[in-house]
Design a binder for this molecule. Sequence first.
Ligand SMILES: Cc1cc2nc3c(=O)[nH]c(=O)nc-3n(C[C@H](O)[C@H](O)[C@H](O)COP(=O)(O)O)c2cc1C
Length: 265
Amino acid sequence: MKKEYDILFAPCKIGSLEIKNRFVVPAMSFTDVITWSNHSQTENKIEDFLIRKAKDGVGCFVFGCLYVFNQTNVNDWLYNHPDLFKDIPALMDTLHSYGTKAIQQLGFGAGKAYIMPPVLQDKYDEDKTIKKNADMMMASSDEGLPNRWTPERKTTYLTKERIQEIIHGIAETAYLCKINGIDGVEVHASHEGYMLDQFIAPYCNHRTDEYGGPLENRLRFACEIVKAIKERCGEDYPVLIRYSLVSKTKDFSKGIILTLRSICR
Ligand SMILES: Cc1cc2nc3c(=O)[nH]c(=O)nc-3n(C[C@H](O)[C@H](O)[C@H](O)COP(=O)(O)O)c2cc1C
């Protein structure tokens, strides 16, 4: 093997967390701890996959995005259901026995990228529970922001009170991750139109309060989340934040792919 690849096998540190090499599996939905520990393993083979990769020598996993308001299992904040984490310590022990570390990605909603299934679309206007849950997932940072895939659906404005509830929900879930042996957490931030991306991208954040306007304001929500996690879990607990450094989305339905397509015509 070429000498220039040696670095891939050298240990590195994220704060106090030492990772044995540079092989990191990034977040992929459904590899979150709630999915892989609360579903029958004959139904999904995620645990097998993780252990196989750990045996292969992966240094660190980032488990797929875990929504801190859980709609599928409990329809409630995860922090009210610590029992859902009951199998995690044993699973983390197994990963640790191979020298593999794991970070849990935490998020709130799919934001404007939320794909509303047709069955919900049909019932959205009439059924209050469906509307509430769908809006919760969309978590609009703007009055009447359209959903990416169903633009005729306008989402609900995220109040400052709701922002504080979300920050609290994320910090409390991070704490559950910590006490159940997970090595750190990652905030799902500026990425593909998800909730925090909507705040950071100027084209869809038209707020006039301290969460809108200059970059510092648009980053405020994400920064407050990191601070809250640190306060709850301690300064030493590793907190990552996922940011796309460049956003190519210009406006609704005006991303880089569309631009390229129009150039090709
Ligand atoms: C099935 C699937 C699920 C994903 N889920 C997440 C996720 O939950 N959070 C996230 O930040 N990125 C997610 N991603 C993006 C990946 O972390 C990664 O950035 C992307 O796949 C690009 O890497 P690749 O070129 O090696 O596939 C997902 C990707 C795939 C294919």
